[in-house]
Design a protein around this ligand. Structure first.
Ligand SMILES: [Zn+2]
Length: 393
C-alpha cells in the first residue's frame, strides 16, 4: 500500500521528470512547420500535420509538435516535399534562386548546353543554393535557334562523353531534341548517337518529342528503361495519339517498360489542350510535370512550377497525383534526387509550402487557347536543407 508520503515523493519525481522532458523537447527541433495540410504521396499522407526538422533532416511528422526554435505557420496551406523540376533551363546566374522561391528545391537544366559550354552550366549549378543537375545537349553547341542538329557533325559523341567524364557528379543524362526544325529528318540517327554517348555511363536520354519526322513507335523503340520523353502533350505530326485520337499501344508499352512521360510545358509547340484532354480521358496522365522554364517563360505561359501544376488540376488530375509528379515521381526519375521528394523521417528537409487559392484564373496552352479555372497553386514559402528560404526582394 502506498503511503501518502511515498505518493507525494513519486508525484514530485514525476513532475521533475516531466519538466526535464519538456526542457529537452524545447530544443528538439530547429524548425517546426505547423498546421498545414501535409500531402506526401511517397507515404500516402494527406492530413493536417506538423513537420519537425533538425540538423537539416525531417525528424517528425505528427499532430501538435511543439518546441521548435523557429516556427512556420502553414495553416490553410499545403505542405509537400520540395518540388523537383526535371526540365528547366535555369542555367544563368540567379535563376536557380528564382526557382527556389517557387518551391523548387531540386532541378535539372535540360540540355541548354553541349560539350563546348556545359562547364559554364555546371559552374552555375555548383554555386546554386538548391540541388541543380544538368542534361548535356547531344549537340556540342547546345541549343541553337536555327536547329543545333541540322549539321550532324555537331552530334559529337567523343566530345559529349569527355564532358560527362569531367562532370560526373553534375551531368545526369543527355538531351536530344528530335523536332524537324532541330534535327531535320535525322531524328532516329540523333537518338542512336545520344544512346551511344551515355551507354558507358548508364545514364538516361531525355528526348524532346513533338513535330518530329519519325513515328513515336519508331522513336520509342530506341529508348531504354529510365529514359524520359518530354513534351508528351505536343500535337501532330507524330504525337502520342494515333490518327483516331487513341493513345498508341507503343506509348503505353513504353511506360510499362519504365520510360517516363514528362510534360515540359514550354511556350512553343509543346502543349496543346486537345492532346492533353484526349490522353487524360484515356487515363494517360503525366509521370512528371516540368516547366521547360526560361527567363522569357517567367512572364508568359510558364511562370513557375506551381502554375504548370495548376493546369493539370484544371484538366482533372487529383491534387495528390499532381504533387506526386513533382515530388516522388521526379525524385525516382533522376538518380541524385532519389533520396528527395519525400517527407519521411530521415529525409533531407526540403519542403515546399504552397497555397491553393480559389478564384478566376486563366491558363493558356502553347497555341493561344485560353481556359478558365477556379483554382491555382501559388508558392508560399520554401524550406531548403532545414532552413526557411528568405523571401526574394
Ligand atoms: Zn527545354
Amino acid at each position: 500500500m502506498t503511503t501518502r508520503r511515498e505518493f507525494l515523493l513519486t508525484a514530485a519525481a514525476g513532475a521533475t521528470l516531466a519538466a526535464g522532458v519538456s526542457s529537452v523537447f524545447a530544443d528538439t527541433y530547429d524548425l517546426v512547420i505547423k498546421g498545414g495540410r501535409v500531402i506526401d504521396p511517397s507515404q500516402g499522407l494527406n492530413a493536417i500535420r506538423d513537420i519537425g526538422i533538425s540538423a537539416g533532416r525531417i525528424t517528425a511528422v505528427a499532430a501538435n509538435l511543439s518546441g521548435g526554435a523557429e516556427t512556420v505557420d502553414a495553416s490553410g496551406k499545403i505542405v509537400c516535399p520540395g518540388l523537383i523540376d526535371i526540365h528547366t533551363h535555369a542555367r544563368g546566374k540567379d535563376m536557380p534562386e528564382i526557382c527556389l522561391a517557387d518551391g523548387v528545391t531540386s532541378f535539372v537544366d535540360a540540355g541548354s548546353q553541349g560539350a563546348e559550354k556545359i562547364d559554364d552550366v555546371v559552374a552555375i549549378l555548383k554555386g546554386a543554393p538548391n540541388q541543380g543537375r544538368a542534361l548535356i545537349n547531344l549537340a556540342k553547341t547546345g541549343i541553337m535557334p536555327m536547329g543545333e542538329l541540322m549539321d550532324l557533325t555537331r552530334a559529337d559523341v567523343g566530345a559529349a562523353r569527355a564532358a560527362i567524364e569531367r562532370n560526373r557528379e553534375f551531368i545526369v543524362g543527355i538531351k536530344a531534341r528530335l523536332s524537324f526544325n532541330v534535327a531535320g529528318d535525322a531524328d532516329l540517327e540523333v537518338l542512336k548517337r545520344a544512346q551511344e554517348v551515355v551507354t558507358p555511363f548508364n545514364l538516361p536520354v531525355m528526348i524532346h518529342m513533338g513535330q518530329q519526322v519519325s513515328t513515336m513507335a519508331r522513336v520509342l523503340a530506341l529508348l531504354k528503361p529510365g529514359d524520359v520523353v518530354t513534351h508528351m502533350y505536343a500535337p501532330e505530326p507524330n504525337s502520342i495519339l494515333d490518327g483516331n485520337g487513341r493513345v498508341m499501344a507503343e506509348v503505353r508499352a513504353a511506360r510499362k517498360r519504365g520510360i517516363w512521360f514528362d510534360v515540359g510545358n514550354g511556350r512553343n509547340g509543346h502543349l496543346w489542350w486537345n492532346v492533353a484532354d484526349r490522353a487524360m480521358q484515356q487515363g494517360f496522365l503525366p509521370d512528371t510535370i516540368s516547366t521547360d522554364w526560361t527567363p522569357d517563360g517567367r512572364t508568359s505561359q510558364v511562370f513557375n512550377l506551381p502554375n504548370c501544376m495548376s493546369k493539370f488540376l484544371m484538366i482533372g488530375m487529383p491534387l495528390n497525383h499532381v504533387i506526386a509528379c513533382c515530388t516522388t515521381n521526379a525524385a525516382r526519375a533522376i538518380k541524385p534526387f532519389n533520396d528527395r521528394g519525400t517527407l519521411k523521417t530521415g529525409a533531407p528537409a526540403d519542403v515546399a509550402i504552397l497555397e491553393l487559392r480559389e478564384g478566376n484564373f486563366d491558363y493558356v496552352d502553347n497555341y493561344r487557347n485560353t481556359r478558365k479555372a477556379r483554382q491555382k497553386l501559388f508558392p508560399f514559402a520554401t524550406v531548403l536543407a532545414g532552413k526557411r528560404v528568405p523571401a526574394r526582394a
